[in-house]
Design a protein around this ligand. Structure first.
Ligand code: HSE
Length: 436
């Protein structure tokens, strides 16, 4: 049988990795897929650029539209990123009846609903394993491996750049800004690194995970996003002393009245496996009602790890090409006409525990004022520690039990107004991530 002809859009890190893996493992891939898979055309911005990958047999062009309009291409692999030109190209490829494999998290999170509807109407597949957590097959795991479960929650370290920064802050006591430059040099950071450190990249990925876990449409604009830019090595160290690690987590949870969808720095008990995922590695913890907690760990970016996911998608697409579109795995795991309209909860309606750090005058009655406000707002304290005094001002760390975020917002407003409290109050959310 003729090999399947792939058109590649983008010849950067992942594009190069994809060509290499397809060539190196060609024989095994063809035994798995039932047909060979070859890149026959590729679009790159700069054809003169020195490449370490062997492009023999690949027709190169600077015009990506030439690829999506080429009648001799069966599957388009989109590795350009962003949601402008990439969106046009994917839409055009679908209109031309081509299957699409993409690593583009922003595109899927923001425009996936329309893209999947177009693909369904044309009877083509759009596969996006590489969009979330690089080489970890998390889409496959949730969409197919856990299909018997009612997913209760998931929590993931899904931005390697942030995790690298937090790991350095903890291990070496370095400050945030100091580590960022080094993280960018590692080549994992997004074109716009604020996407990494402000939680936007993680929110793109979380939006996708939540949709396939709960059977809801993609709703990126409703995700709560808070970055790691305000974290200090002081808080990282206090958290450590209390038996916690600070991780930037994407959390999606099925609550009684809606879905929580949030990315923010989070204190996690240090003994949890996920708390020990360091450097640029990714991990996703998924709790299903039948299976219990499951953890998926691996490289979240990089040339061949991401290519591993791209090629797996290509194999899937090739295997399913001849299947009736109605019998393929739905893009968002649930049948498109069976998606739920359960609302995404605003952050004020989310329930979580908290770490608070405040500076208070070190004299009788000061702490009583603080705890009275917390008590009035039904916030139960789990622990209080005083971390030394300088110039008559004490640093107080408070850990609370779970409470509605609205109550915590109200409490902090009132505590800030106390004349005995100085400076900003640091608030970091805290999750037990246990089997319940
Ligand atoms: N910027 C991303 C990260 C790359 O740091 O994890 C993979 O999506």
């Amino acid at each position: 049988m003729q090999p399947v002809r792939v058109g590649l859009l983008g010849m950067g890190t992942v594009g190069g990795g994809t060509i290499r893996v397809l060539k190196r493992n060609a024989e095994e891939i063809s035994r798995r897929a039932g047909r060979g898979i070859v890149v026959t055309q590729a679009a790159a911005r700069d054809l003169k650029k020195q490449r370490i990958v062997d492009t023999a047999g690949i027709s190169l062009t600077t015009d990506p539209f030439a690829v999506v309009n080429n009648p001799d291409i069966d599957v388009v692999v989109e590795l350009i990123g962003g949601d402008t030109i990439a969106r046009e190209l994917v839409t055009k490829a679908i209109a031309n009846g081509k299957h699409v494999v993409t690593a583009n998290k922003a595109l899927i999170a923001k425009h996936g609903n329309e893209i999947f509807a177009q693909a369904q109407a044309k009877g083509v597949m759009v596969a996006f394993e590489a969009a979330v957590a690089g080489g970890i097959p998390i889409i496959k795991a949730i969409r197919e491996g856990l299909a018997g479960n009612r997913i209760e929650w998931l929590a993931g370290i899904i931005n390697g750049t942030s995790n690298f920064i937090l790991t350095e802050m903890r291990d070496k006591g370095r400050e945030f800004s100091d580590v960022l430059t080094e993280a960018q040099a590692l080549g994992y950071a997004e074109a716009d690194p604020t996407f990494d450190v402000e939680g936007i990249d993680a929110a793109h990925k979380l939006t996708i995970l939540a949709a396939i876990a709960f059977g809801i449409p993609l709703q990126f604009t409703k995700a709560y996003t808070e970055g790691i830019t305000n974290l200090t090595s002081e808080d990282v160290s206090y958290a450590e002393q209390l038996g916690y690690r600070i991780k930037s987590l994407g959390i999606a949870r099925r609550a009684a009245n809606g879905i929580e969808l949030r990315v923010h720095p989070t204190l996690v008990p240090a003994r949890r496996l996920i708390a020990n995922v360091d450097g640029v590695m990714n991990a996703v913890l998924v709790k299903g009602d039948a299976v219990g907690p499951t953890l998926y760990y691996g490289p979240g970016a990089g040339a061949e790890p991401t290519a591993s996911a791209v090629v797996a998608d290509l194999v899937d697409v090739v295997r399913m090409m001849t299947a009736d579109p109605e019998n393929r795995v739905p893009h968002l795991a649930f049948q498109p006409d069976a998606l739920s309209d359960i609302p995404i909860l605003p952050m004020a309606q989310v329930k979580t525990a908290y770490y608070l750090r405040l500076r208070a005058q070190d004299r009788p009655g000061v702490l009583a004022d603080v705890t009275r406000i917390l008590g009035d707002l039904k916030i139960s304290i789990e622990a209080i520690v005083q971390k030394g005094t300088a110039d008559g001002v004490a640093t107080i760390i408070l850990l609370t039990h779970r409470v509605l975020e609205q109550n915590m917002d109200d409490a902090l407003e009132r505590i800030k107004k106390l004349p005995t409290i100085s400076g900003e109050i640091m608030r970091i959310r805290m999750e037990a991530l246990n089997a319940n």
